[in-house]
Each structure stands twice: as C-alpha cells, then as structure tokens.
Design a protein around this ligand. Structure first.
Ligand code: COA
Length: 145
C-alpha cells in the first residue's frame, strides 16, 4: 500500500539517504530542509508500509511548476511509485493554477528521460553545462491543459 503525503522534518534522514543512493551530486541535507521550508506544500513523500521510499520536490513560479527533484529508493523502483509521486504533485500544482510543468535532466540520465516521456513530458530546450560538473541538461516540459 503506497501513501503519498507531505514531507515532514522527521523524514529528512530517510529522504537524504535516498538522495545519496540516487544522485552522484546529492543535495546537502540542510538544503533539502531549506527546500521544505520554502515549498512545504509541494515537497511530497511516498510511504510504503510506513517506510519512506521516494520523494518529489517542486515549486510554483506564477503559472509554471518546476520539478526540483524526484527519486525512488533503488529497491522500490519500477513499481509505479515515481509515477504516483509525479501525478500527485502535478495535480497539486494544477490546483494552484499551474498551466505547465518543466524540469531539467542530465543528458546521460536515459532512464529518467524515459520515465518523464512516459508521463507525457516533451523536450523543450537544452542547457549547456547546466550541472556543476559541466554536464548539459535537457529541459522537458508538459502542458497541463
Ligand atoms: C526516475 C525514477 C524516479 C522513476 O521512479 P520509478 O518509481 O522507478 O518509476 P515508475 O515505476 O513509476 O515508472 C513510471 C513509468 O516510467 C517507466 N520507467 C521507469 N523507469 C524506467 C527506466 N529505467 N527505463 C525505462 N522506463 C522506465 C516505467 O516503465 C513506467 O512506465 P508505465 O507507467 O507506462 O508502465 C527512478 O528511476 C529514480 O529514482 N531514479 C534516480 C533519480 C533520478 O534520476 N531522478 C530524476 C532526476 S532528473
């Protein structure tokens, strides 16, 4: 049974653990807390049998939504949890008047690009040297209307 709910500071250790397992350049633990303070309504976690197994962080910029991060614990991938997190946060953004959602993804992150395409995101731009290690980003967008 998967439950999606708002992040709570007691989830921080578990979210940071998933962040570190998922990214080669993880966000600092205090930056994750900072994102919660800034965007408490659109920082969601997925819980399975009481254990946090994934999270999504997003923010609203006028009528646009920005996905800042999404990750699912490697042991729980390909079970539909990432889709449920994205669909839930997108519905929430939509309820705040968001008309389109965008995100950046590393050009090398083929699995995430496939995931986003399954969710209806389309390529809308390219950001050279977007990441601190110099890697380029692909910008993906999804219209909600
Ligand atoms: C990307 C990520 C969040 C996907 O989470 P997930 O829970 O495994 O995804 P889901 O099981 O909900 O999959 C949703 C759809 O995407 C597809 N998909 C997911 N991972 C895929 C992969 N590696 N290759 C191809 N398709 C994939 C699934 O087949 C599924 O398709 P369907 O709904 O049509 O059957 C997860 O792989 C992850 O945490 N990756 C590391 C962190 C990361 O790269 N985040 C994105 C940074 S921009």
């Amino acid at each position: 049974m998967i439950r999606i709910r708002r992040f709570s500071p007691t989830d921080l250790g578990r979210v940071y653990d998933i962040e570190c397992k998922s990214f080669k350049d993880p966000y600092h633990i205090l930056f994750l807390l900072n994102l919660y303070e800034l965007y408490p309504d659109t920082f969601l976690v997925a819980e399975m049998n009481g254990i946090v197994v994934g999270y999504v962080i997003s923010r609203r910029v006028d009528t646009r939504g920005h996905i800042l991060a999404i990750a699912v614990d490697p042991q729980y991938r390909m079970l539909g949890i990432g889709r449920l997190l994205m669909e839930t946060v997108i519905e929430k953004l939509k309820s705040y008047g968001v008309l389109e959602v965008w995100l950046e993804v590393r050009v090398s992150n083929i699995s995430a690009i496939e995931f986003y395409k399954k969710l209806g995101f389309k390529r809308s731009g390219y950001a050279p040297s977007y990441y601190s290690d110099g890697e380029d980003a692909i910008i993906l967008k999804k219209y909600l209307y």
